[in-house]
Design a protein around this ligand. Structure first.
Ligand code: FMN
Length: 357
């Protein structure tokens, strides 16, 4: 039996392990439900989903589990497209378009879903937990979620961001260290200054706020979970560790790349989406990284590269896929999600008992 923490008590779960929300297809309803049924907290990454798709996705999860789960959205103001910058971005992508035989397209009319409508769909569905990244909610928005009985988790990459989330009433803070796979949640200050490692970030955030803190970034086994708990975290959020589960929607070539990854093979890039994110270095990154300053902001670049990433997936060309991965990807296992959750829990208990060597 795993000792309860503030996260397990608040969320009504058995083990303080959150399967990270992973918008874009990796976190399938099968994966989410398997984690929930194993006693963890599965997360629906709904950032790219329409309000109707959020409604349908939540119904799908509810048909597979009666346990609590989390729904996650991105909070950001869409930038105004600049036609000159877009023309240059399309030019920079031309070598990749040539390699994949993809014709040059225009920027799609709709760049992102309407956030207010997405939030309304989440509030209407009353999930036990909702989490947010890339920005911060207003106090009114947090109160709206709480009135629906939903706990609010805000992502922070610095102490200042954690304090800002606590000030608007968040129930918990997810402290995202710089080891983390995929997008940085930074919304205050510069991206570079907020590249604080999990080991340094978690205790500083724990000391700065009164609400429970969840550690994220580079955690792949019970040793990492035990370390996070010792640093004062009430739970952990793991993304990369779940990408190689059979239930995950990860492309097979991406799964293979994760299994073969080394510690020094990830980098932070804006090449795929226009927002800083960590992934395994590949040809796509090598082509675009030298011109990162010319890449338009999220979600414009994300929209421009979407057809290329889809073509790469179809053609099984991992060198042009976004191979999101945390710095500890080499520790990936291919266990079914339920087995992974129970293995992680067992390892944590063992690590906590034998931590002084
Ligand atoms: C493929 C992938 C997609 C992700 N998508 C989201 C997302 O939609 N929303 C979010 O809050 N975090 C997202 N994250 C970040 C995770 O919440 C978390 O910070 C990260 O996975 C922790 O580091 P780790 O990958 O080393 O476990 C994603 C991570 C990965 C690997």
């Amino acid at each position: 039996m795993f000792p309860h923490t503030a996260l397990t008590k608040l969320a009504g779960i058995e083990v303080p392990i959150i399967q990270a929300p992973m918008a874009g297809g990796a976190a399938t309803p099968e994966l989410i439900a398997a984690v929930c049924n194993a006693g963890g907290l599965g997360s629906f990454g709904a950032a790219y989903s329409s309000p109707q798709a959020i409604h349908d996705g939540i119904a799908d999860i509810k048909s597979r589990t009666d346990k609590p789960f989390n729904v996650n959205l991105f909070v950001f103001d869409p930038p105004k497209p600049d036609s000159q910058q877009i023309a240059r971005a399309l030019e920079l992508l031309q070598p990749i378009r040539d390699a994949l035989n993809v014709p040059r397209g225009d920027l799609p009319h709709k760049l992102a879903e309407d956030f207010a409508a997405q939030l309304d769909a989440v509030i209407a569905a009353k999930p036990r937990v909702a989490s947010f990244t890339f920005g911060i909610l207003s106090r009114e928005q947090v109160d709206g979620l709480k009135a629906a009985g939903t706990l609010v988790i805000g992502t922070a990459t610095s102490v200042a961001e954690a304090r800002a989330w606590e000030a608007v009433g968040a129930d918990m803070i997810c402290a995202q260290g710089s080891e983390a796979g995929a997008h940085r949640g930074t919304f205050l200050g510069s991206f570079e200054a907020s590249m604080v490692g999990t080991m340094a970030l978690v205790p500083q955030v724990v000391d700065a706020v009164r609400v429970p803190v969840i550690a994220a970034g580079g955690i792949m086994d019970g040793r990492g979970i035990a370390a996070a708990l010792v640093l004062g975290a009430a739970g952990v959020q793991l993304g990369t560790a779940f990408l190689t589960s059979p239930e995950a929607g990860t492309h097979p070539a991406w799964k293979a790349a994760l299994r073969n990854a080394r510690d020094d093979q990830t980098l932070i890039t804006r090449a795929f989406s226009g927002r800083h994110a960590r992934g395994l270095v590949n040809e796509f990154m090598r082509t675009l990284n030298p011109q990162q300053h010319e890449i338009p902001a999220f979600p414009i670049q994300n929209a421009l590269t979407g057809p290329l990433r889809q073509a790469a997936a179809k053609a099984n060309r991992p060198e042009y896929l976004a191979l999101w991965a945390g710095q500890a990807a080499s520790m990936s296992r291919s266990l079914p999600a339920a087995q992974l959750v129970s293995r992680l829990a067992e390892e944590t208990v063992t690590a906590l008992q034998s931590s002084c060597r």
